[in-house]
Write a protein that binds this ligand. Structure first.
Ligand code: ADP
Length: 471
């Protein structure tokens, strides 16, 4: 080996950074490698929202939540496909992990949000409205605590001893994404274990289409370009059991009027969905529960097509009061992803919606808010807002490939399980999006931060406590 550490973490997102810090807290020597020039993967470019069961902020707002309620919500969204033991582990760990993040300097907005598919408001969000508000403090802490951080270092393959235990990895040092075979091959040894926190493969067009052919190149993705499948394939080559790989999530809040995550994702999550409505532009009418889980919403939006099968982009809108919370409002307006209209007639003209039908729909919605019940689509109404007056802010919507529910199967010790024996592969751990099964058929919003941090810490703690081998 060119270098040897106790715990080697592959990937520097929520899962990797949490694993690394937890392993360091337990006294291990730790190195984090990432193939990209910047650390943080997808974790730095999302909304930084974390679902927490039983937070201090919920108590302050008088919201009664429990681990069991969160488990039930996630099972419902997952269509019962979830790995229940892992799901409980994640939900159980959220409140304490939230405090752990705070101790490293993560700051939350002072209110709780209601995201789609959750039966009540339980989502905390960083003051920056971005995952960078979590990743930056964790990277800073990692450097302060003497964790080796290496970028442009790509995992190529695993090194095993004659007994089959993973004892290190072969990397390309100085790797220049996405150019294959760049950088120098080196060997890094891991006395206690290797933790895979390599995320999903939403940007791997070829591999994602092998799982779900309809997720073709017509669909954009919210992910960073490094969200590819090679690390997953290396785990499979040494016997890891891949599960639920065809469960790939579409983000229902994205807009076709910009690339990637963009400004609409945050705007729709925080403004349009909780405090506005979404209509079919041909009828001016709502057609789904805007606070359903992501799969239900994305599936509903994807049905809006013309006779030739081309998308007919639905429009979501809210008013100034609803839009006020979204930090991306200004940018969205600047790039014309979000459009402003003073009256409903103007909004209808902007998006070619029949004005009379639109106004009738808004009136029906306001009646539903007053009645406290959405008879048409069963939307939860705890934070629903009547749409009484403009100005209005609209966004065209079309889903983008966002998250892989599938990945390698792990046990509650975060050990990767072998395909044939269903026994742990010695020395190999995994956490975060790289693992499969926790979310079943559909991950609820804000549950990836919860999963990444809780399972990352679990893997870090257990790997650091395992017996070291001589290398
Ligand atoms: P999670 O939320 O599960 O932590 P992220 O997508 O945020 O997942 O982070 C995964 C990280 O793993 C990304 O920064 C990505 O660049 C890195 N990664 C993926 N494959 C490899 C690889 N083969 N070698 C090194 N790093 C990798």
């Amino acid at each position: 080996f060119d270098e040897i550490v106790d715990v080697l973490v592959i990937g520097s997102g929520f899962a990797g950074m949490s694993a690394a810090l937890q392993a360091k807290e337990a006294g291990a020597s730790v190195m984090v490698i990432d193939k990209m020039p910047v650390f943080g993967g997808n974790s730095t470019i999302n909304g930084g929202a974390m679902a927490v069961a039983g937070s201090k902020l919920q108590a302050k707002e008088g919201i009664k939540d429990s681990v069991d309620t969160m488990v039930a919500d996630m099972l419902k969204a997952g269509r019962g496909m979830n790995d229940v033991e892992m799901l409980k582990l994640v939900c159980n760990g959220t409140a304490e992990s939230c405090q752990w993040l705070e101790a490293y300097g993560v700051e939350w907005k002072p209110f709780v949000q209601h995201f789609g598919g959750h039966s009540l408001p339980r989502v905390l969000q960083t003051v920056q409205s971005s995952g960078a508000g979590i990743i930056r403090p964790l990277i800073k802490a990692a450097k302060q605590h003497g964790i080796e951080m290496r970028n442009q270092t790509k995992l190529e393959s695993f090194v095993k001893d004659p007994a089959g235990r993973v004892i290190g990895v072969q990397v390309r040092d100085g790797y220049y994404f996405p150019q294959e075979r760049t950088g120098k091959m080196r060997l890094i040894g891991a006395r206690k274990g290797v933790i895979m926190a390599t995320g999903g493969f939403s940007r791997d067009l070829e591999y994602r289409q092998m799982q779900q052919p309809e997720l073709n190149g017509d669909l954009d993705s919210t992910n960073h370009p490094g969200a590819t499948s090679e690390a997953l394939k290396q785990m499979m080559l040494i016997g890891a059991n891949p599960i639920h790989l065809d469960q790939i999530q579409l983000g229902p809040w994205a807009s076709p009027d910009e690339k990637g995550f963009g400004t609409a994702s945050q705007f729709n999550t925080i403004a349009t969905y909780p405090s506005g409505i979404v209509v079919d532009v041909r009828t001016g009418e709502r057609f789904f529960n805007e606070l359903a889980d992501r799969k239900a919403r994305a599936d509903a939006i994807m049905t809006r097509r013309d006779d030739q099968g081309n998308p007919v982009y639905p429009v979501g809108f809210t008013n100034a009061k609803g839009a006020a919370q979204a930090q991306t409002l200004e940018w969205g307006l600047k790039y014309k992803v979000i459009q402003k209209a003073d009256t409903l007639e103007e909004l209808a003209a902007l998006y070619q919606i029949p004005a009379k039908a639109l106004k009738a729909q808004v009136a029906r919605w306001n009646d539903a808010v007053k009645a406290g019940e959405d008879k048409e689509f069963g939307r939860p109404m705890q934070k629903a807002m009547a749409l009484e007056e403009g100005p209005w802010y609209g966004v065209r919507m079309w889903p983008k490939v966002h998250y892989c529910m599938g990945g390698v199967k792990v046990n509650t010790q975060s050990q990767v399980l072998h395909l044939v024996s269903n026994e742990p592969i010695d020395g190999l751990y995994a956490a975060g999006e790289a693992t499969g099964g926790i979310h079943g058929a559909s991950r609820l919003g804000a549950c990836a931060v919860a999963e990444g941090v809780v399972t990352g810490r679990n893997a870090g703690r257990i790997c650091a406590a395992s017996a070291a081998i001589e290398l």
